[in-house]
Design a protein around this ligand. Structure first.
Ligand SMILES: Cc1cc2nc3c(=O)[nH]c(=O)nc-3n(C[C@H](O)[C@H](O)[C@H](O)COP(=O)(O)O)c2cc1C
Length: 323
């Protein structure tokens, strides 16, 4: 898959996730491999323009992290355009516009997925941002606002006509939040209408779900979010199964090493044990889902009051697994 002249091979992309996909998590996933494009969590365009000192941390990336997507959210075309310029200035290879966030806070200000209810505004946004940046511009959206308004095919086409160079579609509507029953039709329709690459997103967690999504929609690539927290090896697993390579086998010792190593990395970044522990707990919640008996690990880490306690719980859990 190519987004303009950027080769995204294998066509596997880490989804933006607020509070998760900071530079340390993206580093972890990139080190494991199989992922070709990584994305920051959403950054308010207004913040990036008016309070760059506060938002720069969100846009932090490693010198070798290219190609990199910086995702912006907002609803003011001029502010988004200015934010996109700043993002490019910081080193983004691609600027992505968020039209999929379901959070009440974001939608209350009519950003994120609420934009899907305002196609004319979306048109102005994409046109204005397109004119402001040199590099590729992409859009991420949901299937629509609710099951009665699944307008992703029309909206994605309009974004393409205004200059978006790839579109990611999460199969759910905003009303479904993170529930609902997996459907491929709307994303498949987006793919049929567009000539730029279309990425499928939502509940891709392994090679089987990846193959099914690509087969049912004909999409050019996949974006994976929660599946990568649960199993940071997911990109390698999918890449090897679909595009060639030996099966990826990860033992408990490797899982333990990665989880503890990740903690050291966030501690260094946050500088405070409290902030780092909070974030580590969040990751461990998902990571536990990928392990047999992982709810025990999750509960024990969640109830840890100190870093040392949490580390001991991780070690004890994996020692139990090995036994
Ligand atoms: C904790 C969390 C934070 C998220 N933050 C963002 C975000 O900043 N920008 C965005 O476009 N989507 C965000 N999403 C949505 C994901 O990018 C993705 O579309 C969604 O989780 C479905 O994909 P998945 O099933 O692979 O996780 C977030 C999702 C989660 C779980």
């Amino acid at each position: 898959m190519r987004i303009r002249d950027l080769l995204i091979d294998p066509p596997l992309v880490l989804a933006p996730m607020e509070g998760v996909t900071d530079v340390t998590f993206r580093r972890l996933v990139r080190r494991i491999g199989g992922v070709s494009l990584t994305c920051t969590e959403f950054i308010p365009a207004r913040g990036l323009v008016e309070r760059p000192d506060r938002c720069k941390e969100l846009a932090d990336f490693d010198p070798d992290e290219h190609p990199l997507v910086i995702q912006l959210f907002g609803r003011d075309p001029e502010l988004l355009a200015e934010g996109a310029r700043v993002a490019e200035g910081l080193g983004a290879d691609v600027v992505d516009l968020n039209m999929g966030c379901p959070s009440k806070k974001v939608c209350a200000h009519s950003g994120g997925s609420a934009l899907m209810k305002e196609p004319e505004l979306v048109q102005r946004i994409v046109r204005t941002v397109r004119a402001a940046v040199q590099g590729p511009l992409t859009v991420k959206m949901r299937a629509g606002w609710d099951p009665e308004h699944q307008n992703a095919p029309e909206l994605a086409w309009m974004c393409q006509e205004e200059g978006a160079e790839a579109v990611t579609v999460h199969w759910r509507t905003r009303a479904e939040l993170y529930g609902g029953t997996l459907r491929y039709e709307v994303v498949a329709e987006v793919k049929r209408r567009l000539t730029v690459p279309v990425l499928f997103n939502g509940d891709v967690i392994d090679a089987e779900s990846a193959r099914a999504a690509l087969g049912a929609t004909g999409c050019d690539g996949l974006m994976v979010g929660r599946g990568a927290i649960r199993d940071p090896w997911v990109f390698r697993r999918i890449a090897h199964a679909l595009y060639g390579g030996p099966p990826v086998v990860v033992d408990a010792a490797e899982q333990e090493r990665v989880l503890l190593g990740y903690y050291d990395d966030i501690l260094e970044r946050f500088g405070s044990e409290k902030g780092a522990l909070g974030r580590w707990k969040k990751i461990t919640r998902y990571f536990g889902e990928g392990l047999e008996g992982g709810e025990i690990l999750r509960d024990r880490v969640l109830h840890s009051r100190t870093v040392d306690e949490a580390r001991d719980e991780v070690r004890a859990f994996f020692a139990g697994m090995a036994a």
